[in-house]
Design a protein around this ligand. Structure first.
Ligand code: SF4
Length: 357
């Protein structure tokens, strides 16, 4: 009988990706949408010695380090980030292909900003988006709108090929919970409604949609671009997209409150008013799409950050306006010391001796 040997080797699950930062690394568990910090010394072990047996790896270290390596592998196995195996098994589990982000759609998402002065022609905006089989539209209101207005827009979108709708709208005491329920039941394309400037935070699920109340106020597009742990998304879509494309602007276009077509409403460059130029022809232009390919790996500071493939980028608010590759202005993380603003020992980038680029 063929006796199986002890499983001395290890293999990371293909949905578990290690991302090295300047001060520490992270294992992204893309299937469970979780992440685990590890020291860079253990990143080296996983990366450099991925085809060596665990006893071989341990041989190169002293007794104290060997105990740390044992507990590290136990942690990986317990969390189901890796599994023990034999040498012959290593080739049976191919690496996941990172470059699977091609999509047949020209645009994946479109944003329309609306305030009380906006005089948008919604038919003229929605009709071309329907031709593009747009995946998602986001409507962001900065002033109070009534429920009749929202129903009118939804009636237009209902007839289009746009697949999903997200609303951002300020709290209006004249719109009651039953009004939101009725809207969501009538319009199956609504996936979320975020009501900001609300009295109490709340989240509830109504049929296909999420209804979120936030106390935070949003008064204009300038409130966008804030980077925090709360907005990280550890999943396959963002991870693979970020290997090749910009995680904010790729496949995205917008119309600002005054009707200018832009990559995002906060970007300084406008490409003309949608009443004067063709929306479809504008977004097809290489000059419109040039920002879509700025990856996190191209961006100063972010390229050294372990969060870079779960962090949504911002190219509108950047630290150095003369350099399109500079770090997002509203990021308060220093990857050179692995600290967020407010944590003990934090210092701003370039303000302390530990910072290195
Ligand atoms: S340094 Fe860059 S990647 Fe890291 S958290 Fe800030 S914006 Fe995101």
């Amino acid at each position: 009988m063929n006796q199986r040997q002890q499983p001395d080797y290890f293999k990371l699950f293909s949905c578990c990706k290690i991302v090295k930062g300047f001060a520490r690394s992270i294992i992204y568990d893309l299937q469970r949408k979780e992440y685990h910090f590890i020291p860079n010394s253990l990143y080296e072990i996983l990366f450099l010695y991925k085809e060596k047996s665990i006893p071989e790896i341990k041989n190169g270290y002293d007794a104290e380090s060997q105990a740390i390596i044992d507990s590290f592998f136990q942690y990986l196995f317990d969390k189901e980030l890796a599994f023990p195996c034999q040498y012959e098994d290593l080739s049976q589990f191919p690496e996941m292909n990172n470059a699977n982000r091609e999509t047949p759609c020209l645009l994946e998402s479109f944003m329309v900003d609306i305030d009380e002065k906006s005089n948008h022609d919604y038919v003229k905006i929605i009709e071309p988006l329907s031709q593009l089989a747009l995946k998602a539209i986001q409507l962001r209101c900065f002033d109070r709108m009534d429920i009749v207005f929202i129903h009118e827009i939804m009636d237009l979108i209902k007839k289009s090929d746009i697949r999903t709708v997200e609303w951002f709208i300020p709290y209006n005491r004249d719109i009651h919970p039953e009004d939101w329920e009725k809207l969501i039941h009538e319009h199956m394309k609504i996936t979320s409604i975020t009501i900001y400037n609300a009295k109490e935070p709340d989240i509830c699920y109504i049929q296909q949609a999420t209804l979120i109340h936030k106390q935070e106020n949003i008064t204009s597009c300038e409130d966008c671009g804030k980077i925090s742990k709360n907005v990280f998304t550890c999943n396959l879509h963002l991870y693979t997209e970020s290997q090749q494309y910009n995680t904010c602007l790729n496949g995205k276009a917008s119309v600002d409150v005054s009707g200018q077509i832009r990559n995002c409403p906060s970007m300084p460059v406008g490409f003309g008013h949608y009443r004067d130029v063709s929306l479809i022809e504008t977004v097809k232009k290489p000059v419109f799409q040039q920002l879509w390919k700025i990856r996190k790996d191209d961006i100063n500071v972010c390229r050294d950050c372990e969060f870079r493939y779960m962090c949504t980028d911002c190219r509108a608010y950047i630290k150095d306006k003369s350099n399109i590759l500079s770090q997002p202005e509203k990021c308060r993380y220093n990857p050179y010391i692995a600290k967020w603003e407010g944590e003990e020992g934090y210092c701003a980038i370039n303000a302390g001796a530990n910072n290195q680029i």
